[in-house]
Write a protein of this length. Structure first.
Length: 215
């Protein structure tokens, strides 16, 4: 998602990220190498397809999670899931103001296959469930209240300096209408995604597997 950069209209209001819009990236920031490299890879793929007559299509995925994620995975949704499983408070080291979209693993796979079968060569498609758009803080609260049943809290422990190296707050709404026009629809909402993720993680740990695959 970061490859879209900062998107805003002339008045400074945030606008949805459609495939034909690319926002500002500050090339003087070290972390910009990540989103900038994504843009570069897309262009290399398009160039390769043009040179050798290949049908190249691009899937731009939102944050994707669900059944099959490694139990020790360290991304934010896995940390929240483990807190719910272990009955420990969710600790945020930022205000959790970053906004984004999420998509269930299986929905993302179906999206990629839809692009491969029905997509147009040379085009990019957002794979995202718009209904999951939320902030980190609100997602943490959802896990604490809905998934853990109120047994845990969201605690803020914000250091004076960015000791953890977190990215600056971002606000991004991925518009997937272009992919939906091909017949794709996401099925799992955020709460269901967490329930399936936790079931998968429990199954993995109980059976000594690297990752669960059910769901």
């Amino acid at each position: 998602m970061e490859m879209y950069g900062t998107l805003a209209d002339e008045s400074g209001r945030d606008i949805p990220a459609t495939e034909d819009r690319l926002g500002f990236l500050d090339l003087t920031k070290v972390r910009t190498d990540y989103p900038e490299s994504k843009r570069m890879c897309e262009n290399l793929c398009i160039g390769f397809g043009h040179e050798y007559g290949l049908s190249v299509m691009i899937a731009r995925l939102s944050q994707t999670f669900g059944a099959g994620i490694l139990p020790w995975e360290n991304r934010v949704f896995s940390q929240f899931a483990r807190s719910a499983m272990q009955g420990t408070d969710i600790v945020l080291h930022t205000k959790g103001l970053s906004e984004g979209n999420y998509c269930y693993t299986r929905d993302s796979v179906r999206g990629i296959l839809t692009i491969a079968v029905r997509g147009e060569a040379g085009q990019a498609y957002n794979v995202s469930n718009e209904k999951t758009h939320t902030t980190i803080a609100k997602m943490a609260q959802l896990v604490a209240e809905k998934i853990a049943g109120g047994a845990i809290r969201v605690v803020y422990d914000i250091p004076e300096t960015n000791a953890f190296g977190y990215a600056a707050d971002t606000k991004l709404f991925l518009d997937a209408s272009k992919l939906r026009a091909l017949g794709w629809q996401p099925e799992a909402d955020l709460e269901e995604m967490y329930r399936r993720l936790i079931a998968s993680m429990k199954y993995s740990m109980e059976n000594g597997e690297g990752c669960g695959t059910r769901g």
